[in-house]
Design a protein around this ligand. Structure first.
Ligand code: NAD
Length: 296
């Protein structure tokens, strides 16, 4: 069992630490938010006073932070955790960040004598809690081999996507598809309502017909059909719309640089920008159904 430092104990990070603890790992964690640190201690982990203190005796360091700028701020520089961790540590970044940043971080980790994988995740807070996340990992074969047993304590499907940055690439493609699907499902349920078709009826039919997808079957944006979906708790996240907008912007930048045509990705970015402008970006991304219904 490993000594694991965990930085970023938010919606995803906290339930992930609970699964690492349940698997018998020793977890020392840090988050800027006092309440999140207290929750780790309550779960049986150790709350550190800083990120550098958290990694001081680590063998493995997991980060689950909002965006690339947070990961860089925590990892790089003289005060960063690459400098503070024991040489030869394995870094696993589970945050969703752009490919170039993932590669830059891996190079910096290696220059500091560590190994690193970019290992963004999919499956939401439900998957983080149940330990059934999907991880898409970019890194060398050796680093992937070391990361796998740690990731297996938090997830069910662990994919080696390719070299450094390949995990980040897989994640932004996945989330662009997810955003488009969530908007499509929302439009369908809004139309059904106008046509007098109950949400449960549409769900029963479409969840077994050709429109079925995760956004519909597992995370339905209309209240009622899926009891665990954020629609039934006033769209409390879950996966905040602000994070989805971040991912879409990363995807659009990548598409532009790579010369890929993504018209629906571009439209989805605009729709989530409107959700942000409406002051709703702290809500779950499935709350886009309300924006599309003209409620904001
Ligand atoms: P979150 O905002 O709930 O958690 C991030 C945590 O990082 C917060 O608790 C914040 O206080 C902490 N933090 C920020 N800066 C810090 C710093 N400098 N030092 C220490 N802690 C710091 O976000 P989340 O939903 O847990 O997502 C984390 C990452 O996982 C994001 O990159 C997100 O895109 C990705 N992700 C989220 C989901 C989801 O469903 N929520 C699913 C897949 C991937």
């Amino acid at each position: 069992m490993a000594r694991i430092a965990f930085i970023g104990l938010g919606n995803m990070g906290l339930p992930m630490t609970r699964n690492l603890l349940a698997a018998g790992h020793a977890v020392t964690g840090f988050d800027l938010d006092d309440a999140n640190r207290a929750a780790l201690a309550e779960a049986g982990g150790t709350a550190a006073e800083s990120a550098t203190a958290a990694v001081a005796e680590a063998e493995v360091v997991v980060t689950a932070l909002p965006a690339a700028r947070h990961v860089k701020a925590v990892c790089l520089g003289e005060d960063g955790i690459f400098a503070a961790a024991p040489r030869g540590s394995l870094f696993i970044d589970c945050s969703t960040i752009d490919v170039a940043s993932a590669r830059e971080l891996t190079s910096a980790a290696e220059a500091a004598g560590h190994e690193m994988v970019d290992s963004p995740m999919s499956g939401g807070v439900g998957g983080a809690t149940a330990g059934t996340l999907t991880f898409m990992v970019g890194g060398t074969d050796a680093a992937f081999g070391k990361a796998r047993p740690v990731l297996e304590a938090m997830g069910k499907n662990i994919f080696h996507a390719g070299g450094p940055g390949a995990g980040a690439a897989a994640k932004i493609c996945n989330n662009m598809m997810l955003a488009i699907q969530m908007i499509a499902v929302s439009e369908g349920f809004n139309l059904a309502e106008k046509l007098g078709l109950p949400a449960q009826s549409l769900y029963n039919i479409s969840s077994t017909a050709t429109a079925r997808c995760w956004s519909l079957n597992d995370y339905c944006p209309a209240p009622g059909p899926v009891p665990t979906s954020p629609a039934n708790r006033d769209y409390a996240p879950g996966f905040a719309a602000a994070l989805m907008l971040k991912d879409l912007r990363i995807a659009m930048e990548a598409a532009q640089q790579a010369g890929a045509h993504t018209p629906l990705g571009s439209m989805a970015t605009q729709i989530y920008t409107l959700m942000d402008l409406a002051g709703e970006s702290g809500k779950d991304f499935s709350g886009v159904i309300r924006l599309l219904a003209g409620e904001h």
